[in-house]
Design a protein around this ligand. Structure first.
Ligand SMILES: *Cc1c(COP(=O)(O)O)cnc(C)c1O
Length: 360
């Protein structure tokens, strides 16, 4: 059996060339006689892997020198706590709630301070990004928090909020490296890599140096202090060596394929194929307001639950997998990350056309 088209939201499809490289390196990485999984994280071999990964990521995203790059564990979800514990100096922060991940981050932060949801799109099941041009951001808020691409609902901030001078903290898990980004507009950018970059279990955090506090509350666990990870080059304890290595290969794949400008162009092209079809279909309907659409996660429905289930089942039989919508919203969702080839999206649309004809 060959490879399928995998529309999973995460863990998700990786570039075939990267998987092949990892397979070729598996028994004997660069002549050292072992795999990357088996080597000491204190070895020169691994130090070179992590240094090269950071260097390539800095090139890809054009990360300025005054930003630290950290490779952390605990998933994006641990950042929901680490962010307030480290960055909420006045114990006040303003959150924009545009979906489940933003809501989880907001609820977690509330444990540690005076946290307010200054905007939300819960009124229409998170199907749009609210107008964030003039929000009641508090004078003494430490930061403004967003989830930039909402994996579950398929919305994306196309304009960053006006934070009125406050530092912007952004969860980019599901749009990481999908388009060029101006890092200087953010205090911190972070994402779990298992959506668009690499294997599960690694989070990359890019934080402006001056935001990282010298001291935090005594009760903050050592492992949850950014300063500790900065001082130890992301190796205070054993890092997720394997995931760092795979991400490094993905960074090289991105650089070789034209970097983030080229990815953006490809991603726009791919998403357009699917959205154009949805916009004229008599059976399928996209669930997101057109101005808020994500290039990465595309939810859609037929309006009939039984027909949705039939579609998911028949699509799977046709080699188009993981199209079931998130358990909280139902319907379908196609995640079309960087590594999803255009041919995969074309195959999906061809299948949808056929299904529409057969079920009219
Ligand atoms: C998947 C996801 C998370 C959670 O990631 P974990 O690594 O499972 O903790 C957080 N935010 C967004 C936007 C996600 O898509």
């Amino acid at each position: 059996m060959g490879r399928i088209y995998n529309f999973s939201a995460g863990p998700a499809v990786l570039p075939e060339e990267v998987l092949q490289q990892a397979a070729a390196d598996m028994m004997d990485y660069h002549g050292c006689g072992m795999s990357v999984m088996e080597m000491s994280h204190r070895s020169k071999m691994f130090q070179d892997i992590i240094d090269e990964a950071e260097k390539d990521l800095r090139t890809l995203m054009n990360i300025p020198d005054n930003y630290k790059v950290l490779f952390l564990q605990g998933g994006a979800s641990l950042q929901f706590a680490m962010i307030p514990l480290n960055l909420m100096k006045n114990k006040k922060a303003d959150y924009i709630v545009t979906g489940q991940w933003a809501k989880k981050a907001y609820q977690e932060a509330k444990k540690y301070g005076d946290v307010v949801a200054v905007a939300s799109s819960a009124d229409k099941t998170f199907s749009y990004i609210p107008d964030c041009s003039d929000l009641p951001i508090r004078e003494d808020a430490d930061y403004v928090y967003i989830c930039e691409n909402n994996t579950i609902y398929g919305t994306k901030f196309h304009t960053l909020p006006n934070t009125k001078g406050k530092d912007l903290i952004s969860d980019v898990s599901s749009c990481f490296l999908s388009e060029p980004v101006d890092v200087t507009k953010y205090g911190m950018i972070y994402g779990g890599v298992q959506k668009n970059v690499g294997p599960a279990g690694l989070v990359i955090a890019i934080i402006r140096e001056d935001l990282i506090p010298e001291t935090v509350d005594d009760t903050v666990p050592t492992m949850m202090q950014y300063k500790i990870h900065v001082e130890n080059g992301s190796m205070y304890n054993t890092p997720n060596c394997w995931a760092i290595y795979i991400c490094g290969l993905v960074f090289k794949w991105l650089l070789k394929n034209g970097g983030l400008e080229a990815m953006q162009k490809r991603n726009i092209e791919k998403a357009k194929i699917l959205y154009d079809f949805l916009d004229q279909s008599k059976l399928f309907k996209g669930t997101v307001e057109p101005g808020s659409r994500s290039l990465m996660n595309v939810p859609f429905v037929t309006g009939n639950e039984e027909l949705d289930a039939k579609f998911v089942k028949e699509a799977k039989a046709a080699g188009l997998e993981n199209l079931k919508g998130h358990r909280s919203v139902g319907g379908m969702r196609a995640s079309i990350y960087n590594a999803m080839p255009k041919a995969g999206v074309e195959a999906l649309v061809a299948f949808m056309k056929k299904f529409e004809e057969e079920n009219a």
